[in-house]
Design a protein around this ligand. Structure first.
Ligand code: PEP
Length: 258
């Protein structure tokens, strides 16, 4: 982390877990143990049907609510889809875009890019995901792959806008597997992402861009991961489903650093 130049973000990704009733129970518990520190931004990205409950429950807190996906179109015949203005009207501040689980379902780089534009135009903070498979890592093409994903996801984004989004480095081999990238592995790629952002948007913007790590981050490994200079937070799946674990990660983000 480097709080001098950029925001730290701890964001939960609930995926397809928890009903609205369970959301209420979770957030009641979370509120009672939420740390007082103000050093990091906190977001919970929840299933669409849980958004109204979550927004209501966290209104007076510093936990922002986000969605796990959006559609790039403003409105129309897209059965089952949700537009960015609907998310804003429902009280969302964040939206995860390009998660590997959605890419696995067929989401393309062009769609990711269109969603990033739509989200930013609506005033949402996109959490733009990228990450390599184990096969790509073992073939030694991680950096090339990540460079391509970032370039395509951020195509057409202007310099004044890039600092308003967050990038999540999520190695696919670490998501939901219990296998975490080592702090060195995670730092290496996050640093590389910052280099790509620097080449595209200049050094001031690269220094101000929040780049988080995701992939089996938990209450035990968060401190060490977050101590890395280019890891500005976490996108957390499994551990964000348990209030005590999520809070411990927030506490790890409150560690003294530069
Ligand atoms: C995720 O879903 O983005 C994620 C990182 O999941 P997990 O923390 O469970 O690996």
């Amino acid at each position: 982390m480097n709080r001098k130049y950029r925001k730290t973000l701890i964001a939960g990704n609930w995926k397809m877990n928890k009903t609205p009733s369970e959301t209420k129970v979770f957030l009641t518990a979370l509120k009672t143990i939420l740390p007082k520190g103000r050093w990091c931004d906190i977001a919970l990205c929840v299933p669409s049907v849980c958004i109204p409950t979550a927004v209501r429950a966290m209104r007076e807190t510093r936990v922002a609510i986000g969605a796990e996906n959006c559609n790039a179109n403003a409105s129309g015949a897209y059965t089952g889809e949700i537009a960015t203005n609907m998310l804003v009207d429902a009280g969302c501040k964040y939206v995860i875009i390009g998660h590997s689980e959605r890419r696995e379902m067929g989401e393309t780089d062009a769609e990711v890019n269109a969603k990033v534009h739509a989200a930013m135009d609506a005033g949402l903070t996109p959490i733009v995901c990228c990450g390599e498979t184990l096969e790509q890592r073992e073939s030694g093409i991680t950096e090339e792959w990540i460079t391509m994903q970032i370039k395509l996801a951020l195509r057409g984004i202007t310099e004044d806008k890039v600092r308003k989004l967050a990038i999540a480095y999520e190695p696919i081999w670490a998501i939901g597997t219990g296998v975490t990238a080592s702090p060195e592995q995670a730092e290496e790629v996050c640093q590389h992402i910052r280099t790509v952002v620097r080449k595209l948007f200049g050094s001031k913007n690269a220094r101000a861009t929040t780049i988080v790590y995701g992939g089996s981050m938990n209450e035990k490994n968060a401190f060490e991961l977050l101590a890395q200079p280019d890891i500005d937070g976490g996108l957390i799946g499994g551990a964000s489903l348990v209030p005590e674990k999520f809070v411990k990660i927030i506490e790890a983000a409150n560690q003294p650093t530069v």
